[in-house]
Design a protein around this ligand. Structure first.
Ligand SMILES: [Zn+2]
Length: 446
């Protein structure tokens, strides 16, 4: 089946790389099924763990007759990648592997992913389709301030930008002064990095008297690789005047460019001709219909190096029911504010750091820099939230600072139902990051 041989009916001109986003739904489903059947056959033949698990269930590749039959297949998880470290899950011989990427594990060895050239092209297509969706074009200057190397952020956006014809500036992360200088001198119009690193760039700029609106040509920020809330997005846009786009991806599936949001912001469009999404109930593991929230699962329909069948991401979201006004036929998922792994249990209450972020940023004087510290005490766990507020707050009298503290407390208390200690701190007093930021310090015994 030729992927690009169809017409699409939209009023606005569409960038050529975006064409698959508008494929008629019946054709998309037929393509997905065709690719799934080929993938299952390949994994059954080449990946011992998959064959063993399918045999245990009495499932054979020919049992996949419709897309719904995907539920017959076993899941894969991060622990499988660890157990089969480094490349026991590869479905291609080393002669066909073009590049390894690794993702740092919290403990012990990293997880390792083996990509063929085909996989790198699919990955590049994902980032190109994202950038095109954001409105980025060949006359844009793209600064890639994600780390380059084993981490997929840098190389992923780099290839996407080059593929789209942008002028790419591969600064990688770090050396913030030089980043700001080059951003200014080369007239950078788009930057890709973690939202927390962009906050740091804003900070360092402010210290040097740089006003992003006045002194920079920056229009687009492409942010991902760590959870960030809608409130954080609004704060960033407010501080700099740029449009903050969301990009989603994970090393196990390819890297950034699995999904991104269009200007209508109805959610993140998933490039589901390559990355087939399911939502499952994390307890029963049963598939849930579109519109219901659960755990996001991906099958890499076109991957050849180390394909993933029904990979459990641990991310909680839901798939759209309605078509996005942009005309794309590929489904969207809700922005991922909360990862199930990030959930904290405090005094028996489930708390997501994203809820705290949303509460904090609802108070105008609060800056987007905070830390959540959990410490054990003899009787009860203690939760302290340190948050930066504007310098002006500290020049005011003590009484108004105390009033502000009370307002921040109420905002947090209203959303999470707990009574943490709120400590207001001066600007630049909390740690900044060059990559993924760690905002939660959980010092309790596990
Ligand atoms: Zn859309």
């Amino acid at each position: 089946m030729a992927l690009f041989e169809y017409a699409y009916d939209v009023n606005t001109p569409v960038h050529p790389v975006s064409a698959p986003d508008y494929m008629p739904v019946e054709q998309l489903r037929a393509l997905q099924l065709h690719r799934l059947q080929q993938l299952v056959q390949r994994c059954y033949e080449k990946v011992p763990l998959t064959r063993k698990r399918m045999d245990e269930r009495g499932v054979r590749p020919e049992h996949i007759k419709t897309l719904k039959d995907i539920k017959l297949l076993p899941f894969m998880m991060k622990s499988d990648l660890r157990d089969e470290y480094p490349i026991g899950l590869a479905a291609s011989p080393i002669s066909e592997i073009a590049r390894f990427q690794c993702s740092s594990g919290t403990t012990g060895k990293p997880i390792c992913v083996a990509n063929t050239w085909n996989d790198i092209r699919v990955w590049q297509e994902g980032t190109m389709r994202c950038l095109a969706m954001y409105g980025i074009r060949s006359n844009d200057v793209l600064q890639v301030s994600y780390g380059y190397g084993l981490f997929t952020g840098g190389l992923g956006l780099h290839y996407g930008g080059e593929g789209l014809g942008c002028a790419v500036l591969p600064t990688s992360a770090g050396n913030t002064d030089r980043q700001l200088m080059l951003m200014h001198d080369l007239g950078v119009t788009a930057i890709a990095c973690t939202p927390s690193y962009f906050l740091r760039l804003i900070d360092e700029g402010q210290k040097k008297g740089i006003d992003f609106r006045r002194d920079m040509k920056l229009k687009h920020g492409i942010f991902g690789a760590e959870p960030w809330t809608q409130a954080m997005r609004e704060k960033i846009e407010d501080l700099t005047g740029i449009t903050a786009h969301d990009i989603y991806g994970l090393t196990e599936i390819s890297g950034p460019g699995v999904a991104g949001d269009c200007p209508h912001r109805t959610g993140l469009h998933i490039f589901e001709d390559h990355f087939y999404p399911e939502i499952i109930d994390p307890d029963t593991l049963e598939p849930l219909p579109d519109g219901e929230e659960g755990e996001l699962v991906f099958t890499t329909l076109t991957r050849t190096g180390m394909p993933m069948l029904r990979y459990r991401t641990r991310d909680l979201t839901r798939l759209s029911v309605n078509r996005c006004p942009c005309g794309r036929t590929i489904r969207t998922m809700d922005r991922i504010n909360a990862r199930s792994d990030d959930m904290l249990i405090v005094h028996g209450v489930n708390v997501f750091p994203s809820q705290i972020e949303t509460a904090l940023l609802s108070v105008h004087e609060v800056q987007p820099h905070y830390q959540i510290i959990l410490t054990p005490t003899e009787t009860m766990d203690k939760m302290e939230i340190k948050v930066e507020v504007t310098a002006e707050c500290f020049s005011d009298d003590i009484k108004s600072l105390e009033n502000l503290r009370k307002r921040v407390f109420s905002a947090v208390n209203r959303i999470i139902g707990l009574s943490p200690t709120i400590t207001l701190v001066e600007p630049y007093s909390l740690p900044r990051s060059e990559g993924k930021i760690k905002r939660v310090m959980d010092l309790r015994k596990r």
